[in-house]
Every structure is written in structure tokens, then in C-alpha cells.
Design a protein around this ligand. Sequence first.
Ligand code: ZN
Length: 197
Amino acid sequence: MDTLQKLASIFERFPGIGPRQAGRFVQHLLKTSPAIRRELAEAIQQLSRAVSQCSDCQRFHEGEKGACKRCATTRDRTLVMVVASDADADAMERSRTYSGTYFILGGTVTLGAQDQPHLRDRELLALLKHRAGETEEVILAFPANPEGDATAAHARGVIEEVYPTLPIHMLGRGLSTGSELEYADAETLRYALENRA
Ligand SMILES: [Zn+2]
């Protein structure tokens, strides 16, 4: 595979990017200056050097290995909110309505698939084990759509198999159908949190 094809095939693996767009990215890079190409390459390399994954909530953060600042600071450790993505946890943080801890599952269920290898089921159980005696409630906070509902059912199954008596609640349906947590406003998130069931 030649250099141009190789780069295009890398872009094609990005979410939502098809062969045509991948080709356009390559053409764009060919037209930019070597300095800008170097800047891009360095920024990508910096990801492995400066960004680590939190041992508790699994979000990506700039800092040392181990727990991220959010998990290391004083928070209400009786609560664990399970969300699909880093962006969803960030949205909940911005709304300033929640003071518990998070766990980022890494995505939503792929409908129709038998296995869901992209979801961090093992890490979720490891966190609950690590927090044994602390966790009093798990809040499932997924998008109000079929994937979100299936993900909530999946997460509930994973948790209940090991912790059958641990209370598990879901965000109230203040979130309009189909809406993503990431784009919900603070008032909506507060309502959904207060009305969890
Ligand atoms: Zn964390």
C-alpha cells in the first residue's frame, strides 16, 4: 500500500468517515505546510505521552496514571453514575446538579449484536468491587433512545449478576425522546436526576 492509500485507510477508520472524505483529508494535508503537518503529528503523539485513562471512572484525562482529578477529589462516593461517554459525564458536571462519582461505559449497545466487546463491563465490576461498602446506589444515565434503553438493560444485567441487592435507578424521563445527555441543558439534567426511578 502506498503512503497516500495508507493514510486514507487510517482516516477511514474514524467514526462517520467514508472513503471520499478520507481522500479529501489526505488531499488537504498535501496542501498544508510541512510545519502544520508536523504540528498535527506531534499533537497525536502527545496523546500517548500526556493523556491517561482514569483507573476509576475510565475517562481520558491529562495527568498521571491512576485516578483522575474528578475521582480523586472529595465526592459523594455512595453514588456511581454510569454514562456512555466522556462527553456525557462532562455535560453532567457542567450542569452542577450531581456530586457523586462516574463510570464511563465506553459507548452504547450495538442493537442486534450478541456480544458488546466495546463496553467496559469488566472495569465496571472492578470499580464496584474496589468501592465495596461505599456504593449505595448506581444511576444509569443513557440517551433516551433504543440504544440507550438497551444499554441500560445491559448494564443492569451485568451489575445484578454480581450485586443482586445493589439499588439501580435510571434517570427520569425529563430528557425528551432521542435526546443525548451531552446536549441536554442543566435544568433538564437536574429534573432527570431528581426524578430517577
Ligand atoms: Zn476518574
